[in-house]
Design a protein. Structure first.
Length: 399
């Protein structure tokens, strides 16, 4: 047995303990176990993130601590909280831990918590773009394939509008962890601009390999693509402003001139903006008269896509706290009708909305009774206004 294996065996033997059974059902997907002796180490009102308890399912540490009991109950999939004298938790598949045949253990060691749970690539306290990247070959290949798919679809949509890209300024709102799609458009003659409240910094372990593979794949699959903009990024080991303009700001406060963009587009971003009216007024201001906007919007609760409308159960005040604490990663929960009304009020002409995602009927059947008695502002909304969970807007600023 290797030294590493021996060390792991000893750590698990002396620092990891079996969670006391049976587990008490706390409603929904939430279960609990009594840990009265650990109360002084637990989260409470005075220290809501104090606990260093790590929960293990079949030896694997779960990565979502410090959630509220309501979130554990409603969202599940491995969320947990060491709160006062109990551990409240959900299993990774929301099954009953008393009968699913798995083993549940815990450790309270701060050292183990830092090593196994509090990892920078998973830290919910950081925006996604600022977390540590997965730099494995498999993940980089996956990210390149995603850009080719999304970017290829965007190219088709732009060409369908009959407007050539050559020399056009294209603004992407919220490009994410890489500038792959803007650079794909740059390879077809566009001048890319990106705006993001949390711009992802250049990661030498990730971005060089990502852009190199993207360049290779574009050269192989798209003879019309000019890969020199990607080569310029690789040579600079960064983002020269002559190739791509990057603006670190929220959409609501983007310091760009009026009418500077021929196209504005986003992919799963509008559901994360804080102020719809200010954001849509900005989109309108930045778009040239006669210019277009293409926005793919996701109307799901991002905390658990299997339960895509759970955040509609919250009061406005509760949701505002959740949204702020999550750095908007959970989605802002505005529904299709509300978002469409505000886009038109901002001055846009709605050319098309194409729905791409709908709620599963079995989920709706269990969700609607809870919504009808929850007291939130969505309590009385009809099913036809709730069931659309995603789609793409095509908008135009009148000439």
């Amino acid at each position: 047995m290797s030294v590493k294996a021996v060390s792991r065996f000893l750590v698990n033997k002396f620092l990891v303990r079996r969670l006391p059974e049976p587990f008490r059902h706390e409603g929904g997907d939430c279960w609990s176990a009594a840990l009265p002796a650990l109360r002084r180490y637990a989260d409470d009102e005075s220290g809501p993130r104090r606990s260093t308890l790590a929960l293990y399912e079949d030896g694997l540490p779960l990565q979502q601590p410090h959630y509220t009991i309501g979130e554990i109950r409603g969202l599940g999939i491995g969320r947990y909280a060491h709160w006062e004298d109990r551990l409240y938790f959900s299993t990774t598949d929301n099954s009953d831990p008393n009968i699913n045949g798995r083993t549940y253990e815990y450790s309270i060691s701060p050292w183990l918590y830092r090593r196994r749970v509090q990892r920078p690539e998973l830290d919910p306290g950081l925006p996604v773009n600022h977390r540590k990247r997965d730099c494995s070959d498999a993940q980089i290949r996956k990210d390149v394939a995603y850009v080719l798919g999304v970017g290829g679809s965007l190219l088709k949509a732009i060409r369908k509008l009959g407007v050539p890209l050559e020399g056009k300024t294209v603004l992407e709102i919220g490009p994410g962890i890489n500038m792959g799609c803007p650079m794909l458009l740059a390879a077809h003659g566009a001048r890319p601009v990106v705006v993001d409240r949390f711009l992802a910094p250049w990661d030498p372990e990730y971005h060089g390999r990502f852009y190199d593979l993207l360049r290779q794949e574009l050269a192989r699959t798209d003879p019309a693509a000019d890969v020199r903009p990607l080569t310029a990024l690789l040579d600079a080991r960064g983002y020269p402003t002559r190739i791509i303009q990057r603006v670190s700001a929220s959409l609501e406060k983007a310091p760009l001139p009026d009418g500077c963009c021929d196209f504005v587009w986003s992919n799963a971003v509008l559901e994360h903006v804080y102020d719809l009216d200010d954001s849509f007024a900005q989109l309108y201001r930045l778009t040239k008269p006669g210019g277009y906007n293409l926005h793919q919007v996701d109307f799901r609760d991002h905390r658990n896509f299997d339960k895509p409308m759970e955040y509609l159960l919250l009061s406005d005040r509760e949701f505002a706290t959740t949204f702020e604490n999550a750095h908007s990663d959970c989605g802002n929960r505005w529904r299709l009708e509300e978002m469409t009304d505000r886009l038109i009020a901002a001055g846009f002409e709605l050319i098309d909305f194409h729905p791409t995602e709908f709620s599963r009927p079995e989920y709706l059947r269990t969700f609607l009774p809870r919504l009808r008695r929850c007291g939130s502002r969505y309590q009385d909304w009809p099913v036809d206004k709730l069931q659309i969970l995603g789609g793409r807007y095509t908008l135009r600023r009148p000439a």
